[in-house]
Design a protein around this ligand. Structure first.
Ligand code: FES
Length: 324
């Protein structure tokens, strides 16, 4: 479902992060969402090309509001990434009264599990985690929220989080050895297989998952959402893809994803996370050797070599023929 929403308020919880309140132009209630859900926002192309979509998590910091029942407004938090591909720059240039096209909320990061929950957030990755904390507080479930950033000034929404989580909110900053997040020590004191929800930079998520796995956590108790699109890897080279239906050949440059190359050339591909975990961009492959970089496909799918996630995966060598 496509919605056109008006920006009704803009805040600046840190120097790099802005929050946006979005409402229907006619004041109608908006579709509900699960804690941890996100909105896809349309980012117009500056060169008149195909618009792009970016996913931003929905924030609810009020435990008295059940966002599943529909809401009067959506709230997003967006960190400005000057080296990014333009989505956050577009968002940061918005003014109150501007309109945005969005797709109705969706979630790949649902909150479930038994009562005691460990929430871990890094920087702007707190946005889905904050909504989970509000939900857990509303349900009077037991949780801890560990929120980490480089400095105290870089942590958004702290006052609101303190109001809903109280002493269950633990702040960690890299510039203070007394509070720096020590993941191994944190998990040493947690209960093995206590559900963990973590959202933030890739390095932080990797460290939490590795530490938990080493301590015997089951995969089904580890929930994460990468708060960044997958970055190009060192040594990436250009490769060619062929679209089976038209025979069209496209070159995917070293620093660009296959997904972006397809979109820029007018090929309609569904996508969402752009980080290889939501599954939406699965594309059948007729021939070629795939360099799988996603966390969505099973090992069997990867070995089978018939499908790939075009947002992150590339060609190992030679060209790929896609069933598009
Ligand atoms: S867009 Fe989510 S896996 Fe590719």
């Amino acid at each position: 479902m496509l919605l056109t929403l008006r920006v009704s308020a803009i805040g600046a919880p840190t120097a790099l992060i802005k929050s946006f309140t979005l409402e229907a132009a006619d004041g109608a209630r908006l579709p509900g969402y699960e804690p941890g859900a996100h909105l896809q926002v349309e980012i117009p192309s500056s060169a008149g090309g195909v618009p792009q979509w970016r996913s931003y998590s929905l924030i609810n910091l009020d435990p008295s509001v059940d966002p599943r029942a529909g809401v009067g407004a959506y709230r997003l938090g967006v960190r400005r990434e000057d080296e990014g591909r333009g989505g956050s720059r577009h968002m940061h240039a918005l003014e109150v009264g501007d309109t945005l096209n969005v797709r109705a909320p969706a979630s790949h990061f649902p909150l479930a599990g038994p009562p005691r929950v460990l929430l871990i957030a890094g920087g702007i990755g707190v946005t889905p985690i904050a909504s989970m904390a509000a939900e857990l507080a509303a349900q009077q479930r037991d949780f801890e929220l560990h929120f980490s950033g480089r400095t105290r000034d870089a942590l958004p929404f702290v006052e609101e989080l303190r109001a809903l989580a109280g002493e269950r909110l633990m702040l960690h900053t890299d510039d203070d050895p007394a509070t720096r997040l020590e993941i191994d020590a944190l998990l040493d004191h947690a209960q093995v297989n206590q559900p963990i929800y973590v959202c933030g930079p890739a390095g932080m998520i990797d460290a939490v998952l590795a530490s938990a796995r080493k301590r015997g956590w089951h995969e089904c108790d580890l929930h994460y959402e990468l708060f960044a699109e997958a970055a190009p890897q060192e040594g990436d080279t250009a490769f060619e893809v062929e679209l089976k239906s038209s025979g069209k050949r496209l070159t995917v440059p070293a620093g660009k994803s296959l997904l972006d190359t397809l979109l820029e050339n007018g090929t309609d591909v569904m996508y969402d996370c752009r980080a290889g975990y939501c599954g939406l961009c699965s594309t059948r492959v007729c021939s070629g050797e795939i360099d799988h970089r996603d966390t969505y496909l099973s090992d069997a799918d990867k070995t089978g070599g018939k499908v790939m996630q075009v947002c992150v995966s590339r060609s190992k060598r030679g060209h790929l023929v896609l069933d598009l």
